[in-house]
Design a protein around this ligand. Sequence first.
Ligand code: PLP
Length: 411
Amino acid sequence: MLPEKTLAWGLSRSCIRELAEYGAGRKKEIGAENVFDFSLGNPSVPSPAVVDQSILDLIRDNIANEEAKASGKAAPAEGFGGSIHGYTTAAGIMSLRQKIADDLNSRFGLNINPGLIYVTCGAAASLTISLKAVLLPDDEVITVAPFFPEYRVFTEGQGGRLVVVPAADDFMIDLDAFAAALTDKTRAVIINSPNNPSGAVLSEACVKGMTDLLKAHEAKTGRTIYLISDEPYREIVYDGVKNPCLLNYYDDAIMCYSFSKSLSVPGERIGYIAVSDKMTDAANVYASIMGAGRCLGYVNPPALFQRVIERSIGQTADITEYKTNRDLLCAGLKELGYEYVEPQGAFYLFVKALEPDAKAFSDRAKAHELLLVPSDDFGCTGYVRLSYCIDKHVIERSMPAFKALMEEYRA
Ligand code: PLP
């Protein structure tokens, strides 16, 4: 007998991964240049030079230090001691947490200290740890569809129940629907802006509207509701659009950040949690985050990469390539008659399927070697997601296939 839920999650396939694997097979069969793979959100631009250079510098210094140690000439180790590959403090190296806090404070006018920063293995870990830290059994967690499919697993895995509120047509929050979803069991809200899969960036008016509702509900019920801001795409915004920092609008807020996309390092597993200094009981929430990290087995995030990030704070990969791709894809699809809301951030385009059944549409697109992710797993029907973190020549070469697909439906 095994736990029903973990078994079911392990046996179920992510439709994104399934499509990507199908694409890998197809590329072998007919040549990579003949497959138009819009399935995965793997950053396509290289990391900024500081990332690789820091790895080289750190390794070189470590080798020199080990040699000095062997000859008895090394200075005594500081802090936790050991080499750069040794354990660090569970919450992350203090100097890194200080740099993260300084960066947040200077960019967003916050007043966070390193004692409110917890370094994690990416946004997935930031989210699961935060949820574990605040949820009691049967608590409800609200999110807005379309949403990152793993939110359901993350929430249910920590004993909560995900409540899904459909977004408005422009992918802002439908405030009436949001208000109706608040109950005396609501404990947390997960917001993701810029959004995967719609690319929408929540406007300030929308953020104010949502946080006003949360404040009123807290006052009415006497319950603390935690606003969990999932922001791995924070730096990827276009046309100078303003991306409000949720911690400036709501006190009981937890920021879940990841360097995966901004530094193009998703495989290195590194991010952080920042607890708002204005939160009711911030110290205990931070302690519960520490406890949740322990309980989930996160001893500390990768030691080498903590040091790499310390040297890379404030830098990003060259995201202008994503804007070029967005413009190319949007212009091409618009001309062919496809419908979408132009994304203002992230690297996804959410396009209306040409029939109500998104899965059926995705299957017909496959026949044209177009790999488009159906929207059902994102919590809504009738759309497909296109990841445009790909070579722009793939976008250019894909247009005849999109044209043929449209003509097939028109016929
Ligand atoms: N949240 C969203 C909205 C994402 O799109 C992703 C990854 O694509 C994650 C969280 C997980 O990010 P990470 O790879 O840093 O764990």
